[in-house]
Design a protein around this ligand. Structure first.
Ligand SMILES: *Cc1c(COP(=O)(O)O)cnc(C)c1O
Length: 428
């Protein structure tokens, strides 16, 4: 069944035609073909197993090939596969909208379907800009956090933190002003900077990853400070766009990270775990107030944005099945158990000489490995290899090591992941 020769041949054939994302092919090592996945486990062609410690980029939180979800999607495939979503509607989308509105942060009323996390934020940005445009307000600047990440399409790239990868495109970006994330100590300064930006620039909307910036290496920020910022924005009719693409659907211990903050967003961007790792889909929800600014006799005041696969019934069905699991006692108990275990790990290693800034919230656990600077260059790749050799798939960011395991991980598997993290402290 497992064939190491097939592995070698797949690696070669991959190189003939495939251009991988986020990869400099000249310096990258070859891609590892994965044969199968089940629950928390990925298996390669030699039969070696890896615990998926990051839920395949925060998607497969109910476990890979979850039979409850695949069963629902298989049944949907027999009934309605794809339909144009302008002029038509369908039950999977309506059921999903109703189920989501129940758990979304207070005030979310309308759902706009799309394809992925970048288009979810792209539409959030469009909603903010057009909300003001439709009312004749001259507000064309977006506000964002430094080091934020909101995706790879043009609007999403513009509002993301400045990146060395974006040089070719910067001249075409939309206008963005940035503020630092609130740390607790700097809250007053950040609020003062924000007030001065508001008086100087015509700000339409604020896009933010609530509480945790994933791509900035799981950078946590202060909930009180965030709340202050959101309050000031709200007072100034700046549309609050919460990018919950990473944080949504239970990862921080509540359904959404915005639940930890009392000032609620006007717009919420979702993807990743939305469809449980099975099919690609994004969603942008908004309050009735935002929707009303587009509701008009004038056709051009509508939101003229649409993707061909919008609200694909199979993706909707996967999302619905995922939501049913998310709200179940079993998954909620698992999230609590993982949070507690991670917290214990954090407490145990807080004062370890090589561990810096260890932090955990919900199923997310992160720390910086504080080792000799001369090993930094290849450190990330060495860490990646060390974890893989020890049967755990993680993607360190620089010297930041983090885990975000599927909610179905057993305590035994989680302990194995923790053991491998501990092992890295003596290895490096
Ligand atoms: C992953 C991510 C995106 C982009 O989503 P894609 O589906 O990869 O386009 C946007 N925002 C955040 C916070 C993300 O983590």
């Amino acid at each position: 069944m497992y064939d190491i020769n097939e592995e070698g041949s797949l690696k070669k054939r991959d190189q003939d035609h495939i251009w991988h994302p986020l990869t400099q092919h000249k310096t990258a090592s070859e891609m590892l073909p994965v044969k199968s996945s089940k629950g928390c486990i990925l298996t390669d062609h030699s039969g070696k197993e890896y615990i998926d410690g990051i839920s395949s980029w925060y998607t497969a939180v109910y476990g890979h090939c979850n039979e409850y979800i695949t069963g629902k999607v298989a049944a949907q495939m027999q009934e309605l596969d794809q339909i144009v979503f302008s002029g038509f509607t369908h039950k999977p989308a309506i059921d999903l909208a109703e189920a989501l509105v129940k758990i979304l942060p207070e005030g979310q009323q309308k759902l706009f379907f799309n394809d992925n996390g970048s288009t979810a934020t792209e539409i959030g940005i469009k909603m903010a800009l057009q909300y003001h445009f439709n009312q004749g307000n001259d507000r064309k600047v977006m506000l964002a956090f430094e080091e934020g990440f909101h995706g790879d399409t043009f609007g999403a790239m513009s509002v993301s933190g400045l990146s060395v990868y974006n040089g070719a495109f910067e001249d075409h970006f939309i206008r963005v002003e940035r503020i630092p994330v609130p740390t607790g100590e700097n809250n007053a300064e950040v609020c003062e900077l924000l007030r001065s930006k508001i008086s100087e620039f015509r700000i339409a909307g604020f896009i933010y990853e609530p509480l945790i910036q994933g791509a900035a290496a799981m950078k946590f920020h202060d909930a009180e400070g965030l709340n202050e910022i959101l309050k000031i924005c709200k007072e100034n009719d700046i549309v609050l766009v919460a990018d919950e693409v990473m944080t949504g659907f239970g990862k921080t211990g509540s359904y959404f990270a915005s639940d930890h903050v009392s000032t609620k967003p006007d717009v919420v961007c979702m993807s990743k775990a939305l469809t449980a790792g099975l099919l690609p889909m994004g969603l942008t929800s908004c309050s009735q107030k935002i929707f009303n600014a587009f509701y008009s006799e004038k056709i051009e005041k509508g939101l003229f944005h649409g993707h061909t696969y919008t609200a694909n019934p199979l993706a909707c069905r996967a999302a619905l099945a995922g939501l049913e699991l998310l709200v179940s006692d079993q998954i909620q108990l698992n999230i609590q158990r993982i949070s507690k275990s991670n917290q214990e790990f954090a407490d145990r290693f807080r004062d370890h000489p090589k561990v810096k800034n260890i932090r955990s919230l919900g199923v997310i656990l992160a720390f910086e490995l504080d080792v000799q600077i001369e090993r930094y260059g290849g450190l990330r790749d060495q860490l990646f290899r060390y974890f893989m050799e020890n049967g755990v798939f993680l993607r360190p960011l620089g010297n930041t090591i983090y885990i975000l395991p599927p909610y179905v991980i057993s305590e035994e598997e989680l302990q194995k992941v923790h053991k491998v993290l501990e092992g890295s402290l003596s290895e490096f």
